[in-house]
Write a protein of this length. Structure first.
Length: 492
């Protein structure tokens, strides 16, 4: 590839992105020239008819490396700087979004999503490495993902990071101050990062996409204020307001307590996207009536975790009904099944994982009941994956897993291959933490397709993870306990 042609074509993409005009061509070309460490350009070349943006950017990065423009460990920072040329300033992106939104909300998110893919803020090539398969069970079809998209840090980079002074700007990965931030060894590059501003009940929030998406159009809606996550009546109001604004997206919040919460509890945020999860498709197992909210349809969802689904046309009524159930749950205990709302020290142990969506003209909100108590037997959490599952999943069961999409660690890719070899008698041992499971699989194996056999066994493990996280188990005893709670809910 010719360097002059690459720069001219990349500049053409920058102009097409809407951040520059034709008059800016020479200026942009010279900026790119300096960034990659070149000095001259053949100005007689014309833009190509067809332009492969990924190939050109890869070539420009390779040229910059050859020219000594990229220090070890700073590759992603350089790439983001380069891709910033394909990203209009925040004010322009927001203006384009508003213009598209005036036509159709879906058209607006399509514009923003395409921009974030084009400028490689959404790491599409890395995401494509993830492994996906489905698992059929009595609750529907669970989705299993082995996450291979996030690159592992080089030991040399880790050593360099330890020597860096501590910095508190931006305060966390979700703060609005990340927009356009150059990045450093211990903080990811965000030069090509953009936010759509949103007003939620008089507060400033931002809408962005996730760089390493776990599902279709995985997005994050975050508060301008760096404040801890807190489930409240306002949470339900905001979630339902968001699906009014973006009716083609679901939106949900992680729980706000350790063990049952998400990975970032320090910054108030929600997750959204255009994806139908297994839990979305789950049907109501048992309906019940809320006497104070007759316009709301309520029921228990047929799901391994404990889920109450509310639906209706009146948003305000749905908010009030959600808040009523949430408050009842915060104070509810049933020691016969180890459900304890508050311990003797007054610490709150009950919260919910709420999810909102649209069904045509109706609004729907799921309240997943969560309990973060621990015990001597289960020090990591009574309603958390138990120790026999930690070889597969030890992390918190957050919003995404709750809805039936497993995000499993990348180490499993190679470890599962060894388990297959062990089952087939090609090797004698596997990792110690997998050995018991591998023995069970080998004993039960009957010449089935080995890939399918192991993937289904992994799916069964994830189902058990969800069952452990469920407060009211899907057993006779558990359903009776769930009904006792519902009886409290419908009391005046």
């Amino acid at each position: 590839m010719n360097i002059s042609q690459a720069i001219i074509d990349f500049t053409t993409l920058a102009i097409r992105s809407g951040g520059y005009m034709a008059m800016d061509r020479v200026y942009v070309q010279n900026k790119i020239l300096a960034l990659i460490g070149e000095e001259t350009l053949d100005i007689d070349m014309k833009p190509s008819v067809e332009i492969d943006g990924q190939a050109i950017s890869a070539f420009l990065i390779q040229t910059a490396k050859k020219n000594g423009q990229i220090k070890a460990g700073f590759e992603s920072i350089f790439e983001a700087e380069l891709m910033d040329f394909l990203t209009p300033p925040p004010s322009v992106v927001n203006a384009y979004f508003a213009e598209h939104y005036h036509q159709d909300p879906k058209e607006a998110t399509d514009y923003f999503y395409e921009l974030c893919c084009q400028n490689n803020y959404i790491q599409t090539s890395a995401i494509a490495k993830n492994r996906h398969f489905n698992f059929d069970c009595q609750y529907g079809q669970l989705e299993i993902t082995i996450n291979l998209s996030k690159p592992e840090k080089d030991p040399k980079q880790i050593a360099l990071e330890k020597k860096l002074p501590k910095a508190d700007y931006p305060k966390c990965l979700l703060c609005m101050e990340n927009e356009g931030y150059l990045g450093r060894l211990n903080h990811p590059a965000r030069t090509n990062h953009r936010l759509i501003r949103m007003n939620l009940d008089g507060e400033s929030w931002g809408f962005q996409y996730s760089p390493y998406a776990y599902f279709n159009e995985h997005s994050i809606i975050l508060s301008e204020l760096h404040r801890p996550m807190k489930i409240s009546k306002q949470t339900f109001q905001r979630l339902l307001r968001i699906v009014e604004i973006l009716p083609h997206y679901f939106v949900g919040s992680n729980a706000d307590l350790p063990i049952v919460g998400g990975s970032i509890l320090s910054h108030d945020h929600y997750q959204a996207g255009r994806h139908e999860f297994p839990m979305d498709q789950a049907e109501i197992r048992q309906y019940f009536e809320l006497p104070d909210y007759l316009g709301v349809t309520a029921g228990i969802v047929n799901w391994p975790m404990s889920v109450i689904r509310l639906s209706g046309y009146n948003v305000d009524e749905l908010v009030e009904a959600s808040q009523s159930i949430f408050q009842k749950w915060q104070d509810y205990s049933d020691k016969s099944i180890e459900v304890v709302a508050k311990t003797v020290d007054g610490v709150q142990h009950h919260t919910v994982t709420p999810i909102a969506r649209r069904r045509g003209n109706q609004f729907e909100i799921d309240l997943v009941l969560r309990d973060n108590n621990v015990s001597t037997e289960y020090p990591d959490g009574i309603f958390h994956p138990h120790p026999e599952l930690h070889h597969i999943k030890k992390e918190n069961i957050g919003l995404i897993e709750v809805m039936g999409l497993a995000i499993l660690p990348g180490r499993l890719k190679s470890e599962l291959e060894k388990i297959k070899s062990y089952i087939l008698g090609e090797i004698d041992t596997v990792a110690v933490y997998h050995q018991e499971w591998a023995n069970q699989l080998k004993e039960a194996y009957q010449d089935a397709d080995i890939d399918y056999y192991v993937s289904q066994a992994l799916g069964q493990k994830f189902l058990t993870v969800l069952e452990h996280a469920g407060v009211f188990k899907d057993t006779v005893k558990g359903q009776e306990a769930f009904n006792r709670f519902i009886a409290e809910v419908i009391k005046n």
